[in-house]
Design a protein around this ligand. Structure first.
Ligand code: ADP
Ligand code: ASP
Ligand code: MG
Length: 413
């Protein structure tokens, strides 16, 4: 008998039939004698719908009230799933994030989990009752409803698994595992039977939305056994999905590159013709950081004379704000010839721990893109990834040609 946390995403609970299917799978595990905590998302499209309602009323709604509205989506699905399980003769109780006391900080719309009170869940589990918890939501110390950022139910699932020291956390979604890249963009993408924690962390942070980045961070910190599986299979299916592993062992697929991630959510800002002298990067990025705008990639050109160009990327939602901040700095004396913005860019990254021991990956990546006439605007690297910023219109082409060039469509030896 094991304690298993199962998380079901929006598509997996997107209709009454799908909810019945989830209930059948939960019942199947329950009948095998396992203790089950089930975390659910809102029905697919529902969170977007709720947020759009708020935006109809205000261009700038209060984050606290946005959380009140957005959290209702998950409240519906926990109740429906409990009812579906009762119909199958299985004891189940639903809980909101506040009821389980998923305590978070008060950063509305992107709150972080601080602690989880596992006592009420343990009581139910000991009686054989299935515990159903609303994903994506928590409560701050003052009792305000908070949400964990888009895709946050993954994090709820893994955090609950960590708090309960569950034997396994299963993330059920609309694909049957983690693929070499998004199978919606590259149909030849291949399911990985396992992926290392480090690679998964890079993939999630570089745009693969199959797992929210914070859920992977939690899994790493608390060594949660994490698996990504399909909810669309038959409830009795024994398909293995993808296991996130913490050790690189010999039996693992030893590809040099294990995946390609992409992100369309960034925008680029270039500050042209600034004096090439100490302190200029701080003068440009300081005010941006002070305004809590996250900066991702940064490039400073080697100045040919006393001047240089400085470029960086930010999230598209914060693009206009960053431009406004820099315009203000210019008025206050930042000497720049011109400030140029481009929101039609994307970032494409190749990821793999095998890169550590192989040279020539970057040049292969750059040549593959050059052969297609794709211009690279920015580059950043780490030990296990190379990212480039390119024109958004080349995104799909770039991902497809890189997938082929690194032979990700082929079974590795
Ligand atoms: P859920 O609602 O279950 O949380 P998401 O839509 O958040 O599901 O995540 C699943 C989706 O992630 C898939 O449908 C797929 O299009 C996308 N995706 C992006 N990159 C990958 C990848 N490398 N492997 C698998 N799926 C990916
Ligand atoms: N329902 C939330 C969202 O759409 C959380 C989640 O699905 O993980 O972002
Ligand atoms: Mg998701």
């Amino acid at each position: 008998m094991a304690l298993i946390v199962q998380k079901y995403g929006g598509t997996s609970v997107g209709s009454i039939d799908r909810i019945k299917n989830v209930a059948r799978r939960v019942a199947h595990f329950h009948k095998q004698g396992h203790q089950l905590v089930v975390v659910v998302s809102a029905m697919s499209g529902e969170t977007n719908r709720l947020l759009a309602l708020a935006k109809e009323l205000s261009a700038n709604p209060s984050p606290r009230e946005l959380d009140v509205v957005a959290a209702t989506g998950e409240q519906v699905t926990i109740g429906l799933l409990a009812i579906a399980l009762h119909e199958l003769g299985i004891g189940a109780r639903s809980y909101t994030g506040g009821q389980v006391r998923v305590l978070t900080d008060n950063a509305h719309t992107k709150a972080r989990i601080l602690t989880i009170d596992e006592t009420p869940m343990r009581r139910d589990l000991a009686r054989g009752t299935v515990v159903i918890v609303a994903g994506f939501q928590g409560v701050d110390a003052e009792g305000n409803i908070t949400t964990l950022g888009r895709g946050g139910s993954d994090t709820s699932g893994v955090a609950l698994a960590a708090a309960l020291k569950a034997d396994e956390c299963q993330i059920y979604t609309d694909v049957d595992g983690v693929y070499t890249t998004d199978p919606r963009i590259v149909p030849e993408a291949r399911r990985l039977s396992s992926v290392t924690f480090e690679e998964m962390l890079e993939m999630a942070s570089l745009g693969s939305k199959v797992l929210q980045i914070r859920s992977v961070e939690f899994a790493g910190k608390y060594k949660v056994k994490l698996r990504v599986l399909s909810s669309l299979d038959e409830p009795e299916s024994t398909a293995p999905g993808t296991l996130i592993t913490f050790e690189e062992d010999d039996t693992m697929e030893q590809a040099i590159i294990s995946g390609i991630a992409f992100n369309r959510d960034e925008a680029k800002i270039s500050v042209m013709g600034v004096p090439d002298k100490p302190g200029i990067a701080a003068a440009i990025l300081g005010p941006v950081a002070d305004a809590n705008v996250d900066v991702d990639m940064i490039v400073q050109n080697i100045g040919s004379s006393e001047h240089t160009d400085f470029s960086f990327t930010v999230h598209r939602n914060e693009y206009q704000r960053a431009l406004d901040l820099l315009a203000e700095q210019r008025k206050k004396g930042l000497a720049a010839r011109e400030i140029i913005g481009d929101s039609r860019i994307c970032k494409v990254s190749v990821i793999g721990i095998g890169m550590r021991s192989h040279v020539g990956i970057a040049s292969k990546m750059f040549k593959t893109l050059a052969d297609e006439g794709i211009n690279i605007q920015m580059i950043s690297t780490s030990e296990i990834k190379i990212s480039v910023v390119i024109d958004e219109k080349y995104l799909e082409l770039a991902v497809r040609v890189l997938h082929r060039a690194f032979e990700l469509d082929k079974e590795s030896a």
